[in-house]
Design a protein around this ligand. Structure first.
Ligand code: A2P
Length: 277
């Protein structure tokens, strides 16, 4: 199993990033997140996605130290929170995250949300961290095409990654096209629709039955075939293992289209053009 998970996408700067990682939003600080990260690494995951605001960087860091896999084999992402945006405060937030994680460098640092009037200064801080090789890649999260255009018009480095809400009810076709055109790797948060009714959707379960897979596995495979990096969250070992077992089947073109057709442009999370936190 471990070998399958070693499959990577190559970011625009040549850095390799695993197609599948573990998300830890809502995994509790302490033993819950530590056990989730350890189970994932044992199951072959090499990519872990956290954020300062998740409040679990210390637990993620502890699991990384204790997991028995060397630092260079892992791909660790965290994000600067909205309240810390701005040039100096971002540089400070980066040090805080790195200390909590117990790391000397990050693989990917993201701007968590496009905070109006702040994200360009924040980006300049990320460019500095990248230039100084404190982080191997930099990117954004929850950016719409117009945010990306605005940022790119005014910066040296194009974001390497854009991590957004992406699942069959919100398939982000326009954003995907935009990112592809500009060499920005799309990454899906809440790929499983946060584990709600989506996993019981009759079309997804029907397709799953055909391939001997669960609805969750069908969705994650659909992400990969759309060339979207995916980071399902679970704190249960059997689900962590299940979610990674998606490299041994291929959805037919017809099944991909049936899943594409489920799109309702429906967000579970906040609208990036209208959030207040
Ligand atoms: P749990 O952590 O208790 O396993 P998303 O990644 O879209 O945010 O979804 C995460 C949610 O989906 C969590 O509530 C998680 O619960 C649940 N989940 C993760 N993997 C599976 C799975 N394979 N089958 C069912 N539920 C899952």
């Amino acid at each position: 199993m471990a070998n399958h998970l070693a499959e990577d996408t190559t970011l625009s700067n040549g850095v390799k990033m695993p197609w599948l990682g573990l998300g830890v939003w809502k995994s509790k600080e302490g033993s819950e997140v530590e056990n989730a990260v350890k189970s994932a690494i044992k199951a072959g995951y090499r990519s872990i996605d956290t954020a300062a605001v998740y409040g679990n960087e210390t637990g993620v860091g502890k699991a990384i130290q204790e997991c028995g896999v060397s630092r260079e084999e892992l791909f660790i992402t965290t994000k600067v929170w909205n309240a810390d945006q701005g040039y100096d405060s971002t540089l400070q937030a980066f040090e805080t995250s790195l200390n909590k994680l117990g790391l000397e460098y990050l693989d990917l640092y993201l701007i968590h949300w496009p905070v109006k009037g702040k994200y360009k200064d924040t980006w300049r801080a990320l460019e500095k961290l990248y230039t100084e090789e404190r982080v191997r890649a930099i990117g954004v999260s929850n950016f719409q095409p117009h945010h990306l255009e605005d940022l790119m018009a005014d910066s040296e480095i194009t974001p390497m990654v854009n991590q957004v809400e992406f699942h069959p009810l919100l398939n982000q076709e326009e954003l995907r096209t935009f990112c592809k055109k500009h060499g920005i790797q799309m990454e899906a948060w809440s790929p499983l629709g946060q584990g709600g009714d989506l996993l019981k959707h009759p079309i997804l379960t029907e397709i799953g039955d055909k391939y001997g897979k669960t609805a969750a596995q069908v969705i994650l495979r659909w992400d990969l075939q759309h060339e979207v990096v995916t980071i399902p969250k679970s704190v249960h070992e059997e689900r962590i293992i299940q979610n990674a077992d998606v490299f041994n089947f291929t959805l037919s073109t017809e099944d991909m289209k049936r899943i594409d057709a489920l799109n309702e442009n429906k967000r579970i999370g906040p609208d990036p053009d209208n959030f207040d936190f």
